[in-house]
Design a protein around this ligand. Sequence first.
Ligand code: HEM
Ligand code: HEM
Length: 215
Amino acid sequence: MASPRTTEVGTVGSASPPQLWDPVVRLTHWGIALAVLLNGLVNDGGSTFHVSLGWMAMSLLVLRLVWGVLGPSEARFSAFPPNPGAALVHLRRLAAGRPKEHASHNPAGAMMVYAFWITLLVVIGSGLVLTGGATPMRIAADKAAVASGDWSALIVKDGGGANDSPRRETVEGVHEVAANLLLILAALHVAGVFVESRAMRRDLLAPMILGHRRK
Ligand code: HEM
Ligand code: HEM
């Protein structure tokens, strides 16, 4: 029977997966996950809190993408290049009970990671268009002004009150569809993490939290 610890020579020095992802990967992962789940499932689209979380996700995504060039070897894009062929081979081996270890995300996981990042860029970009790039502080100030009877803030923000213009409706549609796609990807991703952990007979989640307990 094939050992689940079989290794494969990867593009980085060692094929052992990280015992613990570095702090930047963990911080950006859980920060983005929190923002996506709260914005997609819980809070009001367009509220100041929603836009604040969106800006937080945007900052964390920028940090993670810079880290993909400057970070430790397993966090770099070069350690998990997008490769649909390799992803299919990985899934076939997984189905046959002979998955291989990789030094970073496995090739199927890597495809999921890039799908997340591209979809996040669409959601954040369309959100910025909807708010005219206004910061959360500016949005809060505009809302306070409107609440105190000064409607001029709304007129400036919506480009002359064109709140239901066809262009705005299209961007809203893109934002909503991409946000829903993020949630579908998240469900597949969590299922993938558990299936993969079982098949590899190791806990993939621990290295994304605090690592494996050392004696
Ligand atoms: C973190 C990722 C995000 C997710 C998952 C997300 C999700 C959503 C969802 C589900 C809606 C409700 C759509 C509807 O039912 O009409 C919405 C609305 C909205 N979002 Fe986001 N969003 C995100 C980021 C952002 C960002 C970064 C901004 C702005 C910078 C933003 C601005 C808005 C606005 C203005 C609306 C209201 C659109 C309208 O007028 O109906 N969102 N968002
Ligand atoms: C909307 C929510 C989520 C999003 C957008 C998301 C996104 C991501 C991304 C982009 C990565 C790659 C990390 C990097 O290299 O920076 C990743 C990895 C990972 N995520 Fe999530 N994630 C979400 C929720 C979760 C949840 C709820 C869990 C818990 C089961 C989880 C467990 C993991 C694990 C264990 C990895 C590392 C997989 C590996 O070893 O290759 N994620 N996730």
